[in-house]
Design a protein around this ligand. Structure first.
Ligand SMILES: C[S@@+](CC[C@H](N)C(=O)[O-])C[C@H]1O[C@@H](n2cnc3c(N)ncnc32)[C@H](O)[C@@H]1O
Length: 502
């Protein structure tokens, strides 16, 4: 197994700022341990990088927190240096991503009661095993020593002794422990090697076959790249690329996206949301697949558009940009507190055609006149398996029943959205998942219920070409696409375009 401690970022915050420096990896804790210090002084001790990561992992495991949000909060509170924040990010994502494999290896060494370990001890062991087994740049002795220091601070000597024993044993047998597992059953082999639950692997093998499932699972463990959506009302993509490069002192690598004409893939810029260009509305942070959605909607200036599930407003604002901010984009979300998020994004980008509203998308036809919109976008709530790179914990928190339940909600929302499209108008349905039940099957069932609608395969040529080249769509093109994370390194996304013809 090779180290995955490379440069990478997350668009959704908590970006992996890279684990470049050995300093952060092997550094000693920044404050002294217990040693009889007064309680108050101990409370003020700043957390070490690994403690920040450990506490974040515990919140995700025990309180069901989202890793990206929890990590962002923890990094803000801890005020770590950039390399240390990068290491904490790596430890949090890597430990969750590889949890099953780490547990498999650890259970070989914790001879008694692996399943009964106290949560913080289990998480500490996982996080340390991740460093030993997967990160080449962290010296093994540093990973073990730091784990033992934390164990001593938090537990009695029996626990720190056990942590020390297990990790030293792993260190001694590293070459053996890093070897690929020899398992013949494909579900178990893929499930343990890439750390996914069996039920999910089995389901994907049924849909995509063994080879593609393995690619999907491997891609889900890669750090996501940062992609920037350039605001075409303000500047060209070339100009934005030049500004991003210049702003980074020449360190940034900025490439044009293959998928979207408005996207740039960037690395070495640090936090894109902290750039002047972001603050002043020259660009937004959005995954490339996600950008395709508004492009598939293809709204024209002056149109009336409804975004049924709009927060935080990524696609809403893209729609308004494509409409040159002329016409009306109604951006609805069920949660009242999210209205402000949409308004903030529109204001940042200087867009005045966006109107944020609050409502249940299952009841929108009672709020707006049926048949009154040129374009209706339903970017539906979904299982989210296309964004496992950004939220790896969903591998462990979602179940087959959840997929089924969310598919039932999507069906209801699609039926409601269908009422609002004018004759000749467009309905776009999208999800950030790769589950057939929520995607292709959902659309097939919709078409059976709604003979007034047909799939529309008339997508712009420049949009179809890269999809054809990557064999992401079948020939002849049907009007819907399932993007998988390994095809372009983007999020897994599903998009279908339908036209109301009667
Ligand atoms: C996939 S996210 C939308 C992302 C958004 N389109 C963007 O590009 O930024 C789904 C959204 O649906 C909202 N949602 C969930 N159930 C809803 C419902 N019944 N009605 C309206 N919005 C809903 C959630 O609050 C969430 O913000």
């Amino acid at each position: 197994m090779s180290g995955r401690d490379k440069q990478g970022n997350s668009g959704g915050g908590g970006g992996r700022v890279g684990v470049k420096s050995g300093r952060s990896a092997g550094s000693a804790p920044s404050a002294k341990g217990k040693g009889g210090k007064p309680q108050q002084q101990q409370q003020q001790r700043r957390k070490t990088t690994r403690e920040v990561a450990l506490d974040t992992l515990l919140k995700v495991a025990e309180a069901g927190a989202y890793s990206n949000l929890q990590l962002n909060r923890a990094l803000q509170d801890a005020q770590l240096s950039r390399p240390d924040a990068g290491l904490a990010t790596e430890l949090v994502y890597g430990t969750i991503q590889h949890q099953r494999l780490l547990d498999e290896r650890l259970s070989e060494l914790v001879t008694k009661g692996f399943n009964k370990l106290t949560p913080w001890v289990l998480v500490l062991l996982r996080m340390s095993a991740y460093q030993l087994l997967m990160l080449d740049r962290i010296p093994a002795h540093a990973a073990v020593n730091e784990a033992v220091v934390i164990a001593k601070r938090r537990g009695h000597s029996g626990i720190s002794g056990m942590v020390n024993g297990v990790l030293r044993n792993m260190e001694r047998n590293l070459a053996e422990m890093r070897k690929p597992l020899e398992i013949t059953d494909p579900v178990k082999r893929i499930g343990i090697t890439y750390s996914y639950p069996d039920w999910l692997v089995k389901r994907w093998i049924g849909t995509y076959g063994e080879a593609v499932t393995e690619q999907i699972c491997a891609a889900g463990n890669e750090p996501p790249h940062n992609s920037v959506r350039v605001n075409p009302l303000r500047l060209s993509r070339d100009k934005a690329a030049a500004m991003l490069t210049e702003g980074s002192g020449g360190e940034a690598i900025v490439e044009a996206s293959k998928l979207s004409a408005h996207a740039l893939i960037v690395s070495g810029v640090g936090n894109v949301a902290g750039t002047d260009g972001y603050r002043t509305g020259l660009w937004s942070l959005q995954d490339e697949s996600s950008m395709l959605v508004a492009e598939v909607c293809a709204p024209k200036p002056g149109m009336k558009v409804l975004d049924c599930c709009a927060a935080p407003g990524g696609k809403t604002t893209h729609l308004a940009e494509l409409m040159e901010d002329r016409g009306q984009v109604i951006a609805n979300d069920v949660h009242p507190h999210k209205k402000q998020l949409i308004e903030e994004q529109a204001a940042r980008l200087g867009l005045t055609s966006v109107q944020a509203v609050t409502g249940d998308a299952a009841e929108l036809a009672s709020q707006f006149e049926p048949g009154s919109f040129d374009v209706v976008l339903l970017d539906a709530p979904c299982s989210g398996f296309g964004v496992i790179r950004r939220k790896p914990e969903i591998k462990w928190t979602k179940s087959a029943e959840d997929v089924h339940a969310i598919a039932a909600l999507q069906e209801q929302l699609m039926d409601e959205a269908a009422k609002l499209v004018r004759l000749g108008g467009t309905l776009v349905y999208s999800t950030c998942t790769i589950e057939r039940e929520e995607n292709e099957s959902q659309v097939a069932k919709f078409l059976e219920r709604h003979p007034a609608y047909k799939l529309d395969a008339e997508w712009p040529e420049q949009m179809l070409r890269p999809l054809q080249e990557a064999h992401a769509i079948a020939e002849p093109f049907s009007g819907m696409v399932q993007l998988l994370p390994q095809q372009f390194g983007s999020d897994g996304f599903f998009i279908a375009r339908l036209t109301r013809h009667s």
